[in-house]
Design a protein around this ligand. Sequence first.
Ligand code: 5GP
Ligand code: MN
Length: 335
Amino acid sequence: MKLNEANIKTAKALIKKAQRISIITHFNPDADAVGSSIGLYYYLKKRKKDATIIMPNPFPAFLDFFAAGVDMIIASKESKKACKVLMESDLIFCLDFNMIHRVGNQTKDALHDSQATKILIDHHQEPEKGFDVKFSYPSASSTTEVLAHFLTALSGKRAIDFGIAQAIYIGVCTDTGSFSYNCNNAETYSLVSELVGKGVKVDKVHQEIYNTFSENRLRLLGYAIYQKLKVFPQYHAAYICLSNDELRRYRFQPGDTEGLVNYCLNLDGVTFGCLVTERDRVVRLSFRSKSDTVDVNKFARKYWSGGGHIMASGGTYQGKLSDVITALEQQIKTL
Ligand code: 5GP
Ligand code: MN
């Protein structure tokens, strides 16, 4: 990956000049969002910059192990403070999202209105206008992979110490489903090799991320697959739908449905998978594809005001869960 040199020069000058830097990522932050935010935060802090991370809402507890001790503002809990920080920043890094509204309702207006220069570091397709300097690489495995190249371009390979390396590895590992998709690029493995060289313990990270389920989370997974999986063999599709009540029954915590949608694709012949979850009055949809001919980015954009990548995307709907299911079952027939 060769980053645009003029953009690197601009970013370098902006960081040097900046008095207050914010780092913000998307709503329902996943490991790539948290990893890229923390990796960049460590880098800026080491350079004695005043940097603040703004998380739109809490991230999954299984990421606590590498986020401990990092100061951040959770916008869903302290929205005024988060907006104030954005408005008072002179530089804002936007990580792992491609549309301003993806940061969520609490901060989308402040992010939009802030006079700060906005630098995008991301791997989603077709970023919208509104970012001043773009490092957008949809072919990258993850935002942290782009971040690794960004930091190296700024300060050389020494820029990446153990903490940054671990944060970068976590994004690469999780956004490729532990190296099972988006990972046919030899460069990704060269990067991973370098990260391991910086002390990243691949086995330890795997234990922390994948083997730290609560009993409720594991039972929710069992229930979802056993009772809630709906398969449409004629359309090569499957989906799982979980209501508010069902999530409450299993004491749902952020991150508990992470990875669940992928089980739809375990089925031979199924190329389109979807997870529908009801979160109070908002319905979240996650889409996955395992075929080049099924573009779930387009699907999410067309039907659910969402987006993402060709093989993984998402969307939201304000309304009744039953309406979502009726519409989804019709849409599946068009696949
Ligand atoms: P997930 O299903 O894991 O929530 O999201 C899959 C991918 O789609 C992620 O890369 C995520 O950033 C993106 N994505 C999820 N929801 C949305 C959405 O509502 N809008 C857009 N543009 N991207 C989304
Ligand atoms: Mn990502």
